[in-house]
Write a protein that binds this ligand. Structure first.
Ligand SMILES: Cc1cc2nc3c(=O)[nH]c(=O)nc-3n(C[C@H](O)[C@H](O)[C@H](O)COP(=O)(O)O)c2cc1C
Length: 314
């Protein structure tokens, strides 16, 4: 079974990926948070740092691109190819208002004739440069039925993998997965299909597999894998427990690595707070400590609470 780590902007940074890969592993592919190429600038220095091969050693990384301009996509893909990447991923799922207003991400799904032209351009480039292009998409912008037309379009291109998050733009990341529309995609795809959405446990994985009468392999996980970093290992049948010693090591590595590259202190604490909003599910009945942690403004207070939380459970 192959497990892919979904891109989570602000969370799955190169620092996170390195710590995760070293301490947990069992992830076959990582997708970078999106790069946003603009005219004459395929990526910002910050984006470049995140995907630089020297910052991602031993990590099978696929850089993701967010744009509705094929010339910008191709410029970025060429640069990534020169850096050694042989696959890039197109973001057709981002639901953010500013992104969609510019016709990008999920906002691109409503303009299917431009989308087709865009795909014509980028897959012609891909053939000429030996590049694989995968796509990460939602079911549609306004209605899940849009997937019918989208699948017709996708079938015309050599998509290396089609990752489907079975929601529409207005769902953002909430609400029930629209299962029957994923089943439609599964039936009508002529390329490898990757399921993504709401897998937080092995039981969730089994339940979705039963629903789709299909082994979800590969499968992409995002929030579930951040919340319980042992989940990949559990899904692969290598462990049944969440290892809190490992979680402490993971936490400490992230905390120290972020301290090396971020300032002032409060920015490191913001970063750690975001992670704790995911990890808190592992700490039942520790609400008071979690609340303190999420409010901590000084390292000393943060460290006191974090080390108590992480050691009590060992
Ligand atoms: C904070 C956050 C940031 C995200 N950033 C990206 C991104 O940069 N690119 C992308 O394709 N999806 C992004 N996503 C969507 C996730 O990759 C994933 O599709 C979504 O969380 C559903 O999968 P999950 O239920 O396994 O988390 C983001 C989601 C969240 C919550």
């Amino acid at each position: 079974m192959k497990i892919y780590f979904a891109p989570l902007e602000g969370v799955t940074t190169y620092i996170f990926r390195n710590a995760y890969n070293e301490i947990y592993g069992h992830v076959d592919k990582y997708f970078s948070p999106f790069l946003s190429p603009v005219e004459n600038c395929p990526m910002t220095p910050r984006e470049r740092k995140d995907i630089a091969p020297e910052n991602n050693r031993g990590i099978n990384l696929v850089p993701q691109i967010l744009t509705c301009r094929s010339d910008h996509f191709i410029d970025a893909a060429k640069e990534l190819h020169a850096m050694g990447y042989s696959e890039v991923n197109l973001n057709l799922g981002c639901p953010s208002g500013t992104v969609c207003a510019k016709g990008k991400g999920a906002g691109f799904l409503k303009d299917t004739s431009s989308l087709r032209k865009f795909l014509d351009d980028i897959y012609s480039y891909a053939a000429s440069d030996g590049m694989n292009i995968s796509i990460k998409t939602r079911l549609g912008y306004q209605e899940p039925e849009e997937i019918y037309t989208l699948m017709d379009i996708f079938r015309d291109f050599p998509i290396s993998e089609l990752i489907v998050h079975p929601r529409i733009r207005t769902d953002f990341y909430k609400g029930e997965i629209r299962k029957e529309y994923y089943a439609y995609a599964l039936e009508h795809a002529n390329c490898p299909l990757v399921y993504n959405g709401n897998i937080f446990s092995c039981e969730d994985y089994d339940s979705f597999s039963r629903t789709f009468e299909s082994t979800l392999d590969p499968v992409m996980l995002g929030r579930g894998l951040v919340s319980d970093p042992s989940l990949a290992e559990k899904l692969k049948g290598k462990t049944s427990e969440t290892d809190f010693l490992k979680l402490k090591r993971f936490h400490d590595t992230l905390y120290h690595e972020y301290q090396k590259v971020m300032s002032p202190d409060i920015n490191v604490l913001y970063k750690m707070r975001e992670l704790w909003t995911y990890w808190q599910v592992l700490f039942e009945e520790k609400d008071r400590d979690i609340k303190r942690l999420l409010k901590a403004k000084k390292y000393a207070e943060y460290e006191e609470v974090a080390s108590r939380l992480l050691s009590v459970t060992n």
